[in-house]
Write a protein that binds this ligand. Structure first.
Ligand SMILES: Nc1ncnc2c1ncn2[C@@H]1O[C@H](COP(=O)(O)OP(=O)(O)O)[C@@H](O)[C@H]1O
Ligand SMILES: [Mg+2]
Length: 240
C-alpha cells in the first residue's frame, strides 16, 4: 500500500496554471485529489484530478489513461475528458486531468435519499439497466471500466430518467476479457447492494434474484458471461 500523501492543499481562489482558478476541493483518494475549478477566461466549471507522485503515476501510464478516456468520448456514460496539464505545485510537476464537472450526486450519497438507504426493486433494475447499457458501449470498444462501485458513479434524475456518469477507470493489469467480466460482476454486485444487500436479499422479487444469483460470481458469469447477455436479459425477462 502506498503511504499516505501530503495533500496538495489547494485553496479556493488559488490558481491552477494561468488558465484555471480553484473553486473547492471535491474529493481525495489514494491516487490523488479532485478539485472543482473555473476556467478563468470563460467562467466555465471543470473538474481537475491531480495525481500524487508514485511509482505508478508515471508519464506513460498517465498518457495511456488520457488516451483511453479520449477513445471513449462517444460513450455517454463516461465523464468527458478535456485535456491534460502538468502543474507546478510546491517543488514538483503534478499530472492533472481536466474533465467536465458533473453536477450530480455520487451514487453512494444518492442512495441515502431513499428510505433505509436502499432502492425499491423496480427502480434499482432501471438504474442497473442504464448502467449496463452504458458499460456495454465501453465493452463494445474493447475497453472496460475496472472499478465500478457506488463511489465512482454519478447520478442525476431528470424526468423519469436516470442520467449516469462513471469516473475513475482502473487497470488492474488483468486481461481485457477478465476486466470486462469483472465489470459484469461489479454491476450485479451493485444491484445486490443498492437493494439492501444480504439483509434484504431473501425478500427480493424473483427478478432481482435471477440476476444476483445469491451473489455467487460463478453462477452470475455462467448466466451472464458478458454485459450484452445481462442487457438482453434486463430487456426481456418475464415478471412472475
Ligand atoms: N468530473 C467530476 N465532476 C464532479 N465531481 C468529481 C468529478 N470527478 C471526481 N469527482 C469527485 O471526486 C471524488 C473522487 O474522484 P475519483 O476520480 O473517484 O478519485 P479517487 O481515486 O479518489 O476515487 C468523486 O467521488 C467525486 O465526488
Ligand atoms: Mg473513485
Amino acid at each position: 500500500m502506498a503511504k499516505p500523501r501530503k495533500s496538495f492543499g489547494l485553496k479556493p481562489g488559488d490558481n491552477l496554471t494561468w488558465k484555471y482558478e480553484v473553486i473547492e476541493q471535491v474529493g481525495a483518494g489514494t491516487e490523488g485529489e479532485v478539485y472543482k475549478i473555473r476556467e478563468t477566461t470563460t467562467g466555465l466549471t471543470r473538474a481537475a484530478k491531480l495525481y500524487y507522485k508514485s511509482k505508478n503515476a508515471n508519464a506513460k501510464r498517465f498518457a495511456r489513461y488520457a488516451r483511453k478516456l479520449d477513445a471513449l468520448r462517444d460513450c455517454d456514460i463516461v465523464v468527458k475528458y478535456l485535456h491534460a496539464e502538468e502543474v507546478w505545485i510546491g517543488d514538483e510537476y503534478v499530472f492533472c486531468l481536466i474533465s467536465e464537472y458533473f453536477e450530480g450526486a455520487i451514487l453512494e450519497d444518492f442512495l441515502k435519499t431513499y428510505r433505509g438507504g436502499r432502492m425499491p426493486a423496480f427502480e434499482a433494475l432501471h438504474l442497473i439497466y442504464d448502467l449496463t447499457s452504458g458499460i456495454e458501449e465501453i465493452h463494445a470498444r474493447k475497453e472496460f471500466h475496472g472499478d465500478l462501485h457506488s463511489g465512482n458513479i454519478f447520478v442525476v434524475r431528470r424526468g423519469v430518467f436516470f442520467s449516469l456518469r462513471t469516473i475513475d477507470f482502473h487497470d488492474w493489469g488483468r486481461s481485457s476479457a477478465e476486466e470486462r467480466r469483472a465489470d459484469v460482476l461489479s454491476i450485479v454486485r451493485l444491484l445486490y447492494d443498492i437493494t439492501g444487500g444480504q439483509a434484504h436479499y431473501k425478500k427480493q422479487p424473483q427478478a432481482i434474484k435471477d440476476i444476483c444469483l445469491g451473489n455467487r460470481s460463478d453462477l452470475v458469469l455462467a448466466n451472464y458471461p458478458t454485459v450484452f447477455h445481462l442487457r438482453a436479459h434486463l430487456e426481456t425477462f418475464d415478471w412472475e
